[in-house]
Ligand binder design. Structure first.
Ligand SMILES: Cc1cc2nc3c(=O)[nH]c(=O)nc-3n(C[C@H](O)[C@H](O)[C@H](O)COP(=O)(O)OP(=O)(O)OC[C@H]3O[C@@H](n4cnc5c(N)ncnc54)[C@H](O)[C@@H]3O)c2cc1C
Length: 535
């Protein structure tokens, strides 16, 4: 350790952050990240060359142009707002967003991420880079559009739904559509089967009546909406256009009003609204009685994968900036990163970011190998090997959602502390914004408790043909045998507990153990993925 220099008084303090800022301004998210290149090379297999070439093309746009736009749009005075009426008393419900957001959105959607011509790995790589800029009114619309495309690819069987699919995938006259998903209602978002929004078949068309309480990406062109057909207790799935053909220019929404925008902690560049539907024209997606299975198996699967991927992206950025700041900043005459207390923390952050990235890529590879789709009913109609693999993916997506989103908030929190007081300054770095976004990521697309309970229930239901310890061995294939044995034994024991909703002290204790266990299990999966990358 160096001795602190003697500091004498001066009225002209020359201190500047220039060296750090200069570095940060020039970081190319792909070109300057050897680990990312290595991980992509490992997991993309035969696609690697094209992924690499496309990454080199898009990375400067993401790392400089869109980064600056995302930052510029995030200041409080540019928050999006709702204009319910125009100056002539026409109800328009216009979402007013900063110009930077609109331009950035157009440029990103024009990448044709969901075009059948774009390979899944190129799409994933682009999303990973883009998500390093935070939610930025991009991540949610991108993933909602991805989910919408996936459900339409399966169920678009009318001219209207096929046109929506084309609009999202290939664009119409250069305009690429944006999707949203409105499931949550005021009485609860976790419990989708309790939805009460009513769907009525009137004069040959379906119309929706009622309220939705959390409607993000309110500016979108189309939304996937859950509703119950009149007289039925089964939730069905519909897509609604925000404007019927010819009405977008006139700003006349499709039979619904936007009542208010929520004031929220994170993802503030994106609006989340409360809405009243009063006869919105809707097109059914899939069998009416299969709405919950289809929305969970297809639409939410993509959103949950995105939460994992965006956690990896935010962690990568936060760790990178913290490590570099620690190599620049001095205290007591020493670079702060050289204090052993901080050295270990920085290593931990770098490792956590890498294992989260490796885990997200590995899971995506396995998901693609299964045809990129999950099935309701735990795949009862499939041969044993396939059924187990599909079960693995289904549970891993939920495990990743809860584990990576929580790790992300923790890591960004720690990274902010490396910056000391500057860590919480919104105009010093993007970390506070990423932190607030991460807190939201923990909540939407299935909050932690709900997914923990679902995983437990799934494992119990599957245990007659797939023991929990076999599941552990299946997902940790190639890992240290002792880790597999210990986790497998613990999982057999925890899943043997009859129910996590039984109201007694023993269940409370099992729930506490299960909560911690699921993180450890998923970390072991991520560690294995990282070992794979690092050979
Ligand atoms: C910023 C933001 C944007 C959003 N955007 C959208 C959107 O665009 N579309 C949309 O459909 N939704 C959206 N949501 C809603 C989100 O999906 C819900 O908040 C979430 O599903 C939880 O529903 P809830 O808030 O009603 O909480 P509740 O369902 O009331 O749950 C409250 C708590 O109870 C716990 N809990 C519930 N059931 C159980 C159980 N069985 N066992 C143990 N604990 C349980 C939950 O984990 C949670 O901690 C958004 C949320 C946020 C924060």
């Amino acid at each position: 350790m160096r001795r602190p220099p003697v500091s004498l008084p001066t009225r002209n303090n020359p201190y500047a952050f220039d060296e750090f800022l200069q570095w940060r301004k020039n970081v190319d998210y792909y070109g300057d990240d050897p680990f990312l290149r290595k991980a992509l090379e490992h997991f993309t297999g035969g696609d690697w060359e094209s992924v690499d070439a496309e990454a080199r093309k898009i990375s400067p746009l993401v790392s400089f142009r869109w980064r600056d736009m995302a930052e510029s749009a995030a200041v409080p005075e540019k928050r999006p707002f709702l204009m319910q009426y125009d100056g002539h008393h026409n109800r328009i419900d216009r979402i007013v967003r900063p110009r930077e957001t609109e331009i950035m959105e157009r440029e990103i959607f024009s990448e044709g991420l969901f075009s059948p011509l774009s390979s899944p790995w190129i799409k994933l790589m682009k999303m990973f880079l883009i998500y390093q800029n935070g939610e930025a009114c991009i991540a949610c619309p991108v993933t909602c559009t991805e989910g919408l495309v996936a459900i339409l690819e399966k169920f678009a069987d009318t001219p209207e739904t096929q046109c929506i699919l084309q609009h999202c995938r290939e664009g119409i006259d250069g305009d690429y559509a944006i999707g949203a998903q409105y499931l949550s209602e005021i009485q609860g978002g976790s419990d989708v089967p309790s939805n009460v929004l009513e769907a009525v078949h009137e004069d040959g068309v379906w119309r929706l009546y009622g309220t939705k309480f959390f409607c993000s990406a309110t500016h979108a062109d189309y939304a996937v909406v859950t509703a119950k057909p009149a007289g039925s207790d089964k939730v069905a799935l519909f897509v609604i256009p925000s404007w019927l053909p010819g009405d977008k220019e006139r700003e006349r929404r499709n039979g619904y009003t936007i009542d208010r925008l929520k004031w929220k902690l994170g993802t503030s560049e994106l609006t989340t609204a409360e809405m009243t539907l009063n006869g919105a024209v809707a097109y059914p997606l899939g069998p009416l009685e299969r709405g919950v299975a289809n929305v969970v198996g297809i639409v939410l699967t993509y959103s949950r994968l995105t939460v994992g991927l965006s956690a990896a992206a935010s962690m990568t950025r936060a760790a990178r900036e913290a490590v570099r700041y620690a190599a620049f900043r001095e205290a007591f005459g020493e670079k702060i990163g050289r204090f052993p207390m901080m050295t270990g923390q920085l290593r931990g952050m770098e490792r956590a970011a890498r294992r989260t990235t490796a885990g997200a890529f590995r899971l995506y590879r396995d998901f693609l190998e299964m045809g990129g789709e999950l099935k309701g009913g735990l795949g009862a109609d499939e041969p044993a090997g396939v059924r187990e693999k599909r079960f693995n993916i289904r549970e891993l997506i939920m495990l990743q959602k809860i584990s990576a989103s929580r790790d992300c908030t923790g890591l960004i929190h720690e990274a902010m502390s490396v910056f000391g007081g500057h860590g919480v300054m919104e105009d010093f770095s993007s970390l506070p914004r990423l932190y607030r976004d991460s807190a939201v990521n923990e909540l939407w697309e299935g909050p932690r408790n709900v997914l923990l309970s679902q995983i437990h229930r799934d494992c119990q239901r599957a245990s007659s043909w797939y023991r929990p310890s076999s599941f552990v061995a299946g997902i940790l294939d190639g890992a240290d045998g002792r880790i597999i044995a210990d986790l497998g034994k613990e999982m057999d024991e925890l899943v043997a507990h009859p129910s996590l909703v039984r109201q007694d002290e023993e269940t409370v204790a099992v729930c506490g153990r299960w909560d911690g266990f699921c993180d450890r299990l998923f970390h072991a999966y991520q560690d294995r993925a990282l070992e794979e990358v690092e050979g």
